[in-house]
Write a protein that binds this ligand. Structure first.
Ligand code: GDP
Length: 443
């Protein structure tokens, strides 16, 4: 039965809804485990997760639970706060010089989005009426020079290229001289990348760094690559003195956990994040939003919002009142089932909740849909009194209902168990506690 595997996860994930009282080591352990899973699922590297968790545990243990918060929520709040602190501080300034051209050097592996990011930074500067000069210093791939030229044409900025020799240091120096002569306030160096880190690439970048003296050296990292991002960031940071990181491709499914790892490994500020292929898809980095995304709490809020779309305000109030007074009946259960049995909805919600993503596929399966319909059929075979008060259902009633629905009687026991299991989920759907969560995330 699909719902059985779900029950355990649900119970631990939503203990917070019923568990009032003190933050004990035991209930914190559950919460910490969910947080840890969440971080690992978000692609934060294992060692970083370990460090982070021990730090958080230490911090949380000394803390009193605020009266207004449930223990698990207090824990999540602490974790969120720590994530924000670790991901920050915010610094998306390009630190432009007043008296001479500011040289920005972009480096990163091939395909990380370096050249695209040149275009994005150009767009950002153009919005401030600054005309940068782009320098095509990737002499490894002839196509790279072409690509930068196209970007320059699209955005209406000059591109310095030299195709006749193979020394990127010279090209960069000539580019900087040209910018001084032409009065460009910013020079962006698009350097060569490789598919993997190698000595030659590193020594070439070190040469440019030493001989051209960029004011800002930014590493461009592909946010989709998870663990690889961490390794390359470590290598680049050892070779060059990085001033910042730009993480690209965070518009996709990537949870962005690599950001936390990269930040831990390099210690330099995350300047921007790339959220698309277009030149306007560059955002200043905001630790709060990112922390929610890594923790998937933002998604939890999204899940609650989606649920709100399906259950209207009046229904929600009625449900909440029934839950509170213990009058939530099997008829209500059936009503909710019918609503959430919409194709794909349950799966989507599971995917959005922390620690629940392993149930996503199961809930999206044909089997789950069939089981929900079966549950609805079983409830239909009960008397109104039974639906109102399931405690009435003793073994002889079980047999009668099972015969009526044409199923074995243990299925009735199963159903009643699920009724209890699903209650917390219904509670989420009814919006209980959602307000607290939202306000907590906004803090
Ligand atoms: P380079 O080899 O490092 O110069 O990488 P490119 O700039 O050529 O980018 C490689 C690919 O990634 C291209 O197809 C880009 O359109 C794409 N890309 C770059 N940044 C982003 C981003 O933030 N989001 C998405 N979805 N794609 C990106």
């Amino acid at each position: 039965f699909v719902f059985d595997s779900l029950s355990e996860g649900l119970q631990s994930a939503f203990k917070s809804l019923s568990g009032k009282g003190k933050l004990t080591e035991a209930n914190m352990r559950d919460g910490l485990k969910i947080v840890e899973e969440s971080l690992l699922e978000s692609d934060v590297s294992y060692s970083v997760v370990k460090d982070f968790m021990s730090h958080v545990t230490e911090k949380a243990l000394g803390k009193r639970v605020l009266l207004s918060l449930r223990p698990q929520e207090e824990l999540v709040r602490i974790v969120h706060e720590e994530l924000v602190a670790t991901l920050g501080p915010v610094d998306s300034s390009l630190h432009l010089n007043a008296d001479r051209p500011t040289i920005i050097m972009l480096c990163g592996l091939q395909g990380s989005g370096k050249t695209t990011t040149c275009g994005k930074l150009t767009q950002l500067l153009r919005e401030q009426n600054i005309q940068p000069l782009l320098v095509a210093a990737d002499l490894q791939r002839p196509a790279a020079i072409e690509q930068l030229k196209v970007i320059g044409d699209q955005l209406g900025v000059p591109v310095h290229t030299e195709t006749d020799h193979k020394d990127p240091v010279k090209v960069c120096r000539n580019g900087v001289d040209r910018a001084k002569k032409d009065g460009n306030r910013v020079v962006i160096l698009d350097t060569a990348g490789r598919l993997a880190i190698d000595e030659e690439l590193m020594s070439q970048l070190k040469m440019i760094d030493r001989k051209v003296g960029p004011d800002q050296v930014y590493l461009v990292v592909d946010g989709m690559t998870g663990q690889d991002a961490v390794n390359s960031a470590g290598a680049f940071n050892a070779a060059l003195e990085l001033d910042g990181v730009i993480m690209t491709k965070l518009d996709g499914d990537a949870r962005g956990g690599a950001l936390l790892s990269v930040k831990q490994v390099t210690g330099v500020p995350i300047k921007f994040i790339g959220t698309g292929e277009r030149f306007d898809a560059l955002e200043p980095f905001r630790p709060e939003g990112m922390a929610s995304r890594i923790l998937q709490m933002g998604d939890m809020v999204a899940a609650a919002r989606e649920a709100h779309r399906i259950v209207d305000e009046k229904e929600r109030e009625e449900l909440e009142a029934k839950m509170a007074s213990g009058e939530f009946s099997l008829d209500d259960f059936k009503g909710m089932m019918q609503k959430i049995a919409q194709p794909g909805l349950m799966g989507r919600m599971m995917g959005l909740m922390p620690g629940m993503s392993q149930f996503k596929e199961a809930m999206e399966s044909e089997e789950a849909g069939g089981q929900m319909r079966q549950i609805i059929g079983l409830i239909d075979s009960m008397t109104p009194a039974e639906r109102k008060n399931p405690k009435l259902i003793d073994s002889s009633r079980r047999t009668r209902i099972a015969n009526g629905a044409g199923v074995p009687s243990p299925m009735i026991t199963q159903l009643l168990k699920q009724f209890d299991t699903m209650k917390p989920l219904m509670q989420i759907m009814a919006g209980k506690g959602t307000g607290d969560r939202l306000s907590m995330l906004r803090q």
